[in-house]
Ligand binder design. Sequence first.
Ligand SMILES: NC(=O)c1ccc[n+]([C@@H]2O[C@H](COP(=O)([O-])OP(=O)(O)OC[C@H]3O[C@@H](n4cnc5c(N)ncnc54)[C@H](OP(=O)(O)O)[C@@H]3O)[C@@H](O)[C@H]2O)c1
Length: 247
Amino acid sequence: MSFKSNVVIVTGASSGIGAATAVQFAKEGASLVIVGRNEARLKDIAAKCAAVGSAPLVVRADVSNDDDARRIISETIKKFGKLDVLINNAGVLEYGTILNGKILKSYDKNISINLRAVIHMTMLAAPYLVKTKGNIVNVSSVLGQFHIMPMVNAYATSKAGLDHFTRGSAKELAASGVRVNAVSPGPVETNMLMTFESSEDTQEVNTPLGRVSQPAEVADLILFMASDKAKAITGSVFLADNGVILG
Ligand SMILES: NC(=O)c1ccc[n+]([C@@H]2O[C@H](COP(=O)([O-])OP(=O)(O)OC[C@H]3O[C@@H](n4cnc5c(N)ncnc54)[C@H](OP(=O)(O)O)[C@@H]3O)[C@@H](O)[C@H]2O)c1
């Protein structure tokens, strides 16, 4: 699965799934653009990428800020002249329920980063992806298809919207030769899961397979979806959830 002549953007590359994905793309020879807000963590991941491939372009940006989103694409094109793959991975998990009165605040934050920013990045990247017949992989969640608890209702809603947007984008962009897919993990050992498990608002995560995934497992699936091996796959929302959806 070589990405040697490919320019790849990974958002949310400063930790967890995005960081593992960036390192895997670097190993496969991609020209990488890594995006996040935390400068120190981005530097650390850039060094890890450089150790196995070429040094990435680091863009410190908030994907939910419209000017920042435009800058991610313009800096990519300025440096590399093209774009082949966009990985929309940046995401947050903000709690809130109807009865605790925090659902609207939680909805606004989850939607702005997990869904609106993906829609904006897709719109900005699409003209370049059409030129290269490239593709997009969105990082969704099994919770887009399955409710586990009220606290994460708005997060789940943002991911359900992301799943449907993935299918809609795939349908619109197919005629231009651009594929769009989503990968939907269950629990993955990252900062997001640690915060979730340590919160008094939530409950312990159990899965039918009795395990949680490592970020590199999800990265493997993302690279497969972005590769030519998946040339027949578009509009797919691919679960890698250790069986969570089985209930
Ligand atoms: N871990 C799980 O169990 C799990 C399960 C299903 C789906 N997911 C999804 O996987 C994706 C990655 O999450 P993770 O588990 O790897 O969590 P993580 O370790 O907390 O990473 C989240 C990443 O998103 C970035 N980010 C958040 N808001 C951003 C913003 N406004 N602009 C730019 N970057 C932003 C963070 O970077 P900065 O802090 O540097 O901005 C960080 O790099 C998310 O979309 C999440 O919903 C995770």
